[in-house]
Design a binder for this molecule. Structure first.
Ligand SMILES: NC(=O)c1ccc[n+]([C@@H]2O[C@H](COP(=O)([O-])OP(=O)(O)OC[C@H]3O[C@@H](n4cnc5c(N)ncnc54)[C@H](OP(=O)(O)O)[C@@H]3O)[C@@H](O)[C@H]2O)c1
Length: 315
């Protein structure tokens, strides 16, 4: 396993980290039994993963993670969890005390007395002021009490594909945010324009989320997406084939489109770790092996950048 430093936190984190949300949701969406869930987490540890991401909003993920990590020395892994109140309201109804109550619940479920990184979970750009003025002071108090070590935010990428929240946060108050969870991948390169350089400049650790997600593992969805982008003039009609549009990435040391996607997601120097959200031990091994191998051939990276880097859409 390759390890990188998570920005100014100084934490040494595995390049592959494990995400317990997303479409697989620690196997909850795929019908994994409790012992299969535990085995998946134990396999992560065996393979060198030392960073686990969860949230109060991921069904039973915190509880499952706490159960699976029982007996594992606490200093051998890092935990990230999250809180955000109402998802859509302009004026958020939750009192800051709800953040405190949520952290306490997360600690109980995770069977620990601290989390390494506590994130505001997907605020909208228009909610940034409240995140800083209403909730950040409580986050600071929780840090002083030792319930959390570092603070940050994740973005709500389907509603904010231009990364406006992250741009505001990292340009106006970079000193507040130790970590940002951003979506960056073959089909979502827009963060490379401003957000990733800002993070590098200010030492903000970047956790890269959802680099594969829905479209890349599903050939039909990928073909539909590319056909739509071509029809709307977002990518040239003759840029990639209609069938298996990214199949040309599979060559040399790159054994699948998914491997190419995780590799690309790790290649930017601002990125400390790439989350994988699989429910399968076979997929886990495959994805980690991809991240261990050298980067994509330069010509393929250039082609991917030429084709998609200007597109700011949820994909
Ligand atoms: N706003 C936020 O805060 C936010 C939003 C999204 C995600 N996240 C975090 O980021 C994590 C990562 O996002 P994600 O879960 O979308 O992860 P992802 O790794 O980009 O995508 C996971 C999906 O890809 C499939 N997959 C993975 N490896 C595969 C392989 N080798 N072959 C075929 N299919 C494969 C998985 O299915 P299988 O289970 O079948 O492998 C799953 O459906 C989440 O779990 C969550 O912790 C945070």
């Amino acid at each position: 396993m390759i390890y990188r430093t998570l920005g100014r936190t100084g934490l040494r984190v595995s390049l592959a980290s494990f995400g317990t949300g997303g479409p697989s949701n620690l196997g909850q969406a795929k019908g994994l039994s409790a012992s299969e869930q535990d085995a998946l987490i134990r396999r992560c540890l065996d393979l060198g993963i030392n960073l686990f991401d969860t949230s109060k909003s991921y069904g039973g993920s915190e509880m499952i993670l706490g159960r699976a990590l029982r007996g594992v020395p606490r200093e051998s892994y890092h935990l990230v969890t999250k809180w955000w109140g109402s998802q859509a309201a302009d004026v958020l109804p939750d009192e800051p005390a709800e953040l405190r109550a949520s952290v306490d619940r997360s600690l109980r479920r995770l069977r620990t007395d601290y989390v390494d990184v506590m994130l505001f979970h997907g605020p909208l750009p228009g909610q940034y002021g409240q995140m800083v003025e209403r909730y950040f002071p409580e986050m600071e108090r929780l840090r002083e009490e030792g319930k959390l070590r570092f603070t940050g935010f994740s973005e709500r990428f389907h509603a904010d594909p231009e990364h406006r929240l992250a741009k505001i946060a990292l340009s106006s108050d970079p000193g507040l945010w130790d970590v940002a969870m951003i979506k960056y991948g073959i089909l979502n390169q827009y963060a490379a324009r401003e957000v990733l350089p800002l993070a590098q400049e200010h030492g903000v650790g970047i956790m890269n989320m959802a680099a594969v997600r829905i479209k890349l593992p599903d050939p039909r969805l990928l073909e539909e997406l590319i056909a739509d982008w071509k029809a709307r003039g977002l990518t040239p009609a003759d840029g990639v084939p209609a069938k298996d549009p990214l199949g040309w990435l599979v060559r040399g040391e790159v054994d699948s489109v998914i491997s190419a996607a995780y590799k690309f997601a790790a290649d930017h120097p601002a990125i400390s770790t790439v989350l994988t959200g699989t429910s399968s031990v076979e997929h886990l091994a495959h994805n980690l092996a991809a991240l261990e191998r050298p980067g994509l051939p330069e010509a393929d990276t250039k082609r991917v950048v030429d084709l998609f880097s200007h597109i700011a859409e949820y994909a």
